[in-house]
Design a binder for this molecule. Structure first.
Ligand SMILES: NC(=O)C1=CN([C@@H]2O[C@H](COP(=O)(O)OP(=O)(O)OC[C@H]3O[C@@H](n4cnc5c(N)ncnc54)[C@H](O)[C@@H]3O)[C@@H](O)[C@H]2O)C=CC1
Ligand SMILES: O=C(O)CCC(=O)C(=O)O
Length: 528
């Protein structure tokens, strides 16, 4: 078997990459000084690309990466990666969200203390030979109010440390619950309450269209006089022009910035201001964080390349281990139902209605839709389809998707039932899973069946009359197709569906001979 080729195009801790370096499955190239043109030239040879924040993974680069299956980002922010383009190309993007949390939190804290006590300014002056004690009177953190905008991994760790320093913490995050806020001893607040009531404000959100200039001129005007501002998340969350004005007019006493709208900053007045403490995007720059993120991303990449489950995909829903365990049999079943439905649909698909019943409906169900779409669309698009791009391809084909959930089903404890509406027909397929019995297909069209979703199945719709099975069996036997098992589903109107598990798909002539039998209405085969 040929090895997976992985390219590392930014400086990433080699100690952390050891799993990839040691893997007999992987050929790892470290090329960290390529120009964008050189990278584009060679990217087509690789199955995966590992980056930090220097390499810009553009739509053009992804277009050239014909064999790319995964992009790994050794860090949190993926703003250097064109994620929608990766999704279109079916390339999974993973990051390492946990490995640099503590480093970035500690850096934020270091910046807060450096700013409060004017340490960098005093340090510079003393290094330059001046013993000046008057100019560097600072403020205590104790009893001050810290407003935290974005209470995810880093924001919440900053809050914990602030509490230890005797600060009162206000927190805003759309996903923060009152229980969590209470358990961490912080006050759940609105953006306005934070803006108007804080002595220090720190931002820990990603940069999105909602968080761009989250702190702008209007907000600065409403802040307490002498407020201190921190940004160790992303440049652009704070409006730099407005911050510079607010520092100049004294509304803001000081700022501590690790990140900038343009990096490296060019002609940025904030860099020159005495009241501003700056670092060149060093939040994650500790030995520990760099090893941790590299370990995490290397492990995930190995899993992806081997087709094993992985957790931290940016362009796929992330699943906990428990959810993954519960959903796993249904993910396989959903894909097989998709393949089955595609084989039964004779014309273009317009709408897919996914029904999820019973306890399964309490799970995160989006992955089931993805799996069904992957099974179905692979019939039309082949290997191009994967879990990442299946919803995008469905959207591109203008297929409407509808998901229905119900906590109970009259017959089954759990049921996945999909109705595919095509130009001229409607096809329903359904399946269930029980730990004791495994997975079963329980409905094809209007027929109730009980089939193992595997192998090659021959589906023959026929008049429910004696002798039909024998006639079909004879034709298959004469043509060298062996029948492993057989199931029949019947309707009250005298029509039956004969489902034969066979050792191989019959050739066209054999299929036609069966179709020509009196009482046979249609014949299809499908390999699941
Ligand atoms: N300076 C550096 O070197 C580093 C910077 N970062 C940056 O720090 C930021 C936070 O990282 P994590 O805490 O790991 O991410 P996270 O995903 O754990 O937390 C981000 C939080 O922001 C919240 N959020 C999103 N939109 C919001 C809005 N409009 N208002 C308030 N909250 C909002 C989310 O709900 C989430 O809880 C990211 O931008 C990341 O790229 C991360 C690591 C290193
Ligand atoms: O790789 C780095 O140092 C940047 C870290 C960062 O900003 C992130 O992980 O989002």
């Amino acid at each position: 078997m040929s090895k997976f080729r992985v390219l590392v195009s930014d400086p990433i801790s080699e100690q952390g990459l050891q799993a990839l370096i040691d893997s007999p499955l992987v050929d790892l190239d470290l090329k960290t000084d390529l120009t964008p043109a050189e990278l584009r030239e060679i990217i087509g040879d690789y199955d995966a690309l590992l980056v930090r924040s220097q390499t810009k993974v553009t739509a053009e680069l992804l277009e050239a990466g014909k064999n790319l299956r995964a992009i790994g980002r050794a860090g949190v922010g993926v703003d250097n990666i064109d994620v929608p383009a990766a999704t279109r190309h079916g390339v999974v993007v993973i990051n390492a969200p946990d490995g640099n949390t503590i480093s970035t939190c500690e850096h934020t804290f270091a910046m807060m203390m450096a700013m409060a006590r004017k340490i960098p300014q005093a340090h510079m002056k003393l290094k330059n030979g001046t013993w000046d004690r008057k100019s560097f009177v600072g403020v205590e953190l104790n009893h001050k109010t810290l407003g935290v905008l974005g209470f995810g991994r880093i924001g919440s760790e900053v809050a914990k440390r602030a509490k230890a320093f005797g600060m009162d913490v206000l927190a805003y995050d759309p996903f923060l619950t009152r229980e969590r806020a209470e358990s961490l001893g912080v006050r759940m607040s609105t953006v306005d309450e934070i803006v108007e009531g804080s002595d220090f404000i720190t931002v820990h959100t990603p940069l999105t269209k909602d968080t761009k200039h989250l702190l702008s001129r209007d907000q600065f005007a409403r802040m307490r006089d002498g407020v201190r501002i921190l940004n160790c998340a992303r440049g652009g969350i704070i409006d730099e022009k407005a911050l510079a004005e607010a520092l100049e007019n004294g509304k803001v006493a000081a700022a501590a910035l690790d990140v900038f709208e343009e990096e490296p900053p060019v002609g940025n007045p904030l860099i020159e201001m005495d009241t501003v403490v700056v670092t060149p995007h060093l939040g994650a720059s500790t030995e520990e964080a760099q090893i941790n993120v590299a370990i995490d991303v290397a492990k995930e990449l190995l899993n992806i390349l081997q087709g094993l489950p992985f957790r931290n995909a940016v362009n796929l829903p992330s699943l906990s281990n428990d959810t993954l365990r519960t959903l796993e049999p249904y993910l396989t079943l959903a894909e097989k139902l998709g393949t089955l439905a595609a084989n039964l649909a004779v014309d273009s698909v317009r709408k897919i209605e996914i029904g999820i019943y019973g306890s399964l409906s309490e799970q995160q169900t989006e992955p089931l839709t993805r799996s069904f779409l992957k099974g179905m669309l692979s019939y039309y698009h082949g290997d191009e389809v994967n879990y990442v791009n299946a919803p995008f391809l469905a959207e591109q084909s203008q297929i409407q998707l509808k998901e229905t959930k119900a906590s109970r089903h009259d017959t089954y404890t759990e049921l996945l039932k999909v109705t595919v509406v095509t130009e001229n027909t409607t096809i329903t397929v359904a399946g269930t899973h029980k730990a004791s019995l495994g997975s079963r297909i329980v409905q094809i069209g209007e027929f109730k069946v009980d089939l193992e979703p595997q192998g090659t199945l021959l589906l023959a719709e026929n008049r429910d009359q004696p002798g039909m099975i024998g006639k079909v069996g004879t034709i298959l036997g004469v043509n060298g197709v062996n029948i492993d098992s057989m199931k029949v589903g019947k309707l009250e109107n005298g029509i039956a569906l004969m489902v034969l598990a066979v050792d191989r798909a019959p050739d066209e002539e054999t299929r036609r001979s069966i179709e020509a039998l009196e009482g046979i209405f249609s014949v299809r085969d499908v390999t699941l």
